[in-house]
Structures are given as C-alpha cells and as structure tokens.
Write a protein that binds this ligand. Sequence first.
Ligand SMILES: *Cc1c(COP(=O)(O)O)cnc(C)c1O
Length: 398
Amino acid sequence: MDLQEIMKMDSEYYMNTFGARTQVCFQYGKGMRLYDTLGRQYCDFLGGIAVNALGYGHPTLVEAVRSQAEKLIHCSSLYYIESQAKLAKMLADNSCADRVFFANSGAEANEGAIKLARIYFKKKDMPQKYGIITLKKSFHGRTLTTVAATGQEKYKEPYAPLIPGFKHVPINDIEALRQAVDKKTCAIMMEPVQGESGVHPLDVGYVTAVRKLCDEKGLLLIFDEIQTGMGRTGKLFAYEHYGVEPDIFTLAKALGGGVPIGALCAKESVAQAFSPGDHGSTFGGNPLACAAGLAVMEAMLTQELPSNAEKMGSYLMGKLLELKNRLGIITEVRGLGLMVGIELEQEKAPEVKNKLFEQGFLVGSVGMSVIRLLPPLIITEEDIDAFVKALEQVLTSL
Ligand SMILES: *Cc1c(COP(=O)(O)O)cnc(C)c1O
C-alpha cells in the first residue's frame, strides 16, 4: 500500500488519539536507520520513544525472537517458563532488586508497583497507609491509576474522578516533599530523570535526601525507570548515578527492544507482600517477550551499551553546548546519557522537528519549545556529527 492509502484507512478506522501524525510509514529498519514506503532513509534520534535501544534489526534480538516464536510464543504463567525465570534472575543479578514480576507495558508495571506498595502496608496491619507522593511534571502512564499518579493536569482532568491517594510536589524540593508526607503516606514515587515532560533530571543531593526521608518515615521509595532504565542514562539503571537504592523500580520501554514487556522489580522484603492470587497477568512474562528481554539484557552487558550511552551522551551534549554557545537560539541543553532535552528560545520545537524530518532525522518535541532526543544506544560519533550539522542548518534557517 502507498502512504496515501494507509493514511486514508487510518483516518477512517483508527481512533484519533494522536492528532496529526508525521506523514510517513516505515517499512523496515537497520541499525540507526529506518526506511519508508518510498525507500527514503531516516536516522532515528527518538528510538521509538526510548524503546529501540539496540536500534533496528539487531541480530541477537532478531534471532532470539525468531527462534522463540518457532518454539513457543505463549503458554500462560500457570506453567513454568524458562525465559521468564532466566530474565528475572538476570535482572535481579544486575540490579538492587531480588524479585521481578513481568507486565506488558510501563503503565501496567507501575500499577503493579502501586499495588505492591499498598498491599505491603496492608499486610503490616497499616491499611490507613495508602497515599503515594509523586512529582509535578511526572509521567507514569495512561491507565486510570497511573494517570492519577502522573503530576500533569492535562492527563487527569478528562477522567476525573480518579483513584484517590496521590499528591504531587515540585521536583528537587525536599522541603515540599517533607511537608507533603502525612500519616497516610506509604510511598514516594519518581522518575530519576523526568522524560515525557521535557527531560528534567533530579539532583543527586535531592535523591539522597529523599532516600533518607523514606528511611526516617518508614516509606517505600519507588523509581519509575521505564524510560531511564536499560542503559539509557549511561548506567544500566539510573538509580546507580545517585548512590541510593529504591525499594521498588519499574522497567518497560527498552526492556524488550520493541517487543512489549514491563517489569516490576523489588527488594525481597517488599516483594514478599504479594501472596498467591494477589496479582497476575495473562500475557505478562510470556516466552516470547522474555526471550526478547533476555536478548536485550545480553546485548546490553556483552556489548557494553550503557557505557556507549555514557560516552556518546557526553559527546552529543558537548556538541549541543557548542551549538548553544555559537547560535544563541538554544537556551538550555539538559539530560543524562542518551536522554537529552534541548530547550529553544522561541516556541519553534514542532517546526524544528518537521525540518529535521525533511532532512532525514527523527526527533521528538515536547510542548512548543523542547526537542527531545532518545537515540538507540548503538549510536556512533558519525551519527551524532551528521545530526548536529543538520540541526545547526535547521536552527539558522528559522
Ligand atoms: C513511557 C512511560 C510510562 C508508560 O509506559 P507505557 O508502556 O506507555 O504504558 C510510564 N512511565 C514513564 C517514566 C515512561 O516514560
């Protein structure tokens, strides 16, 4: 089918929750690059929104999915699943978590985290402790509960009344957080680097103080690492930058390299709160998704992708800061590793995104003034040089 036919069918039959999509339909990808219906090539600096950490057509991932699909795609968690047990062990061996439960998406992993925090206190005979404090500008998903957890009014307002028990405080403000804690609070939940609202990293001093506050008050610390996890920030998990360990953290996006999977990861003492029957999922942790997760983890560790993310992240950041100093159109460049936000002086982020698209580069825009970059972790200096050159051209043409 050609693009016009696809667009027409989409507009007639698909629910319109995306507004005007970029007018392109990709047919296949290889490495950093995607190819559309006309064979035109695009270098991807958005990585399917932080999902395609290994880029496209990565041989380890493709072979794992192909061979698992031939053997067994699904059988239900009523039975033991080899790849599920192996992936849980691999995540536990490489993180501060002791146990893992698999979901199908980020929001669903966060739902699991919220359920686990609540049941943990219920089983300690503290049913009045169900409140969770999250941060303003946070994003935790699109289900009703994760919309309640999200600190952005635009996602909540259409669906009120929401699940009660959530409060939001400004980021990097420990006093505001301290004051928000009350006798109902059971957990504090945060993204180490806020992604969806335009890339806002938490300060190291703040996160250390949050961990201390949780210890003082007996609260659980939940990190939403759905976007920051799996090497994105230059460490396998972003909490490693902060010298603290969360009690619970969640993963999704890059975990399956594009095959849908989410993970709820927790310390043993917390994970024990789930007894048989307390939580479940039909698809969660199925053989195919876990085979993909294993392949991604294997590639992460053997190909040192977190360390490449760190190196390439600082190379990219350096180039962007150079551009900022030279052009004066950029007001701020922020981020961690390969999670980067470029704040523009004027409200021209959508225009910059579209012009970069015309030059064969995919980026994201947040609101009117932030360009968001989440490239695959396999990125090279040459890819970055080509991108920065195109960005400079676009910014000077505004
Ligand atoms: C993307 C994202 C989610 C939601 O994940 P879905 O798979 O879309 O449900 C939650 N939290 C953060 C930090 C995210 O980036």
